[in-house]
Design a protein. Structure first.
Length: 365
């Protein structure tokens, strides 16, 4: 199992880049800047033992570069684990573009970003993530072939991501409630973007009671009208009576504040890095008797969709593979209970075990 070193906070302050890379054993970072297009981006390659590092590009108005760096390092590590535990022959990477996706997008910016991706010569394959659309990826594709999720191919991964999340949620329900039928269960969905909306669709089709919140008021009105979901405020979502909390926006919403407020017995959503601090909050969740579905295992439908494009597999294959997330989450929960170890840690161990195993296979004779 590869080692994750403990780095003192003082070292992180004095050496914010290399020290953070060492903390999670990242292979490579690429800082991208272009004054003409306004592009400021970071590409992180975490691990390529299983194959090229695949992970989406996120566009977000980070407060500063350190915030963007921390996010891309955590997200890329999560992609290594996600691809591994899903049984895909892919490593983990991620990219972030610093900026407001509502005002700063242009063809030139994404084509310039594509040139940076091309410069990595296939070590990193990109796709869409928060703030990015298939059209944006088409611009990136004008400069590099190392991109998936393109219009006319596998396309928007959101339905597959939502379906995998839904199936993993059902596995949690089977363990916690004795049945995986979600009819009558109250599910609070935080974030109703592409993935969140599809998740609401699957939940309402199973007759679950759905509560939603989002910063986008237009999206809330649309989804509430279409699916009959109840709308609550951004902060109010943590205080409602619910069976399942489904964070589907940005990460770190499971923290000291929210854990004292959440009235749920399952946490299962599509957001990345849901635990603000894995060790602290993962333990608290287990001690409370709440089942936490590790995010990188639960939301793997998107990368499964992208893998189907890389390998020329059908959309039916992708949905079948996403359905198997039910079994993955079941195995994690079962092993967690057996070993009395938090689910996040079990998922990490299972992902690391595969990376280590395949790494030995690839050693020269």
């Amino acid at each position: 199992m590869f080692e994750v070193k403990n780095i003192e906070d003082t070292n992180l302050a004095e050496n914010p880049v290399i020290a953070q890379m060492s903390k999670y054993n990242h292979e490579q970072l690429l800082f991208c800047n272009d004054n003409v297009t306004g592009l400021r981006a970071i590409i992180a390659v975490h691990n390529t033992v299983l194959g090229p590092a695949l992970g989406g590009t996120r566009m977000w108005p980070y407060a500063n570069e350190n915030e963007a760096l921390t996010d891309v390092l955590r997200l890329s590590r999560g992609m290594s684990y996600k691809n591994s535990i899903s049984g895909l022959n892919l490593g983990g990477g991620k990219a972030v573009i610093i900026g407001d996706h509502r005002t700063m997008k242009s063809e030139a910016l994404f084509r310039r970003f594509g040139k940076f991706v091309e410069g990595l010569a296939g070590k990193y394959i990109t796709a869409e993530d928060v703030g990015i659309s298939p059209i944006d990826m088409a611009y990136v594709n004008m400069e590099t072939n190392h991109v998936v999720g393109l219009p006319g191919k596998s396309g928007d991964p959101s339905p597959v991501t939502a379906y995998g999340t839904f199936m993993g949620m059902k596995a949690c329900a089977k363990k916690q409630f004795g049945s995986d039928n979600l009819a009558g269960k109250t599910v609070a969905v935080q974030g109703v973007g592409h993935v969140g909306e599809y998740l609401v669709k699957f939940l309402t089709e199973e007759n679950a009671n759905v509560i939603i919140t989002d910063i986008n008021q237009d999206a809330l009105k649309k989804i509430s009208k279409e699916y009959g979901a109840t709308v609550v405020g951004l902060d109010e979502i943590y205080d409602v009576d619910m069976d399942i909390y489904a964070p589907c926006a940005l990460g770190a919403t499971v923290n000291d504040d929210t854990l004292s407020r959440l009235k749920c017995s399952i946490i299962a959503g599509a957001a990345n890095n849901q635990l603000q601090n894995e060790e602290i909050h993962g333990k608290i969740v287990m001690e409370k008797g709440v089942i936490y579905a590790p995010d990188f295992a639960l939301n793997a439908g998107g990368v499964i969709n992208c893998y189907s494009e890389v390998k020329g597999l059908s959309s039916e294959w992708a949905m079948d593979k996403a359905e198997a997330i039910y079994t993955t989450i079941h195995n994690i929960i079962t092993r967690s209970a057996s070993e009395n170890v938090p689910t996040y840690k079990i998922a990490n161990i299972m992902a690391e075990e595969r990376i280590e195993s395949i790494g030995k296979v690839k050693l020269p004779l």
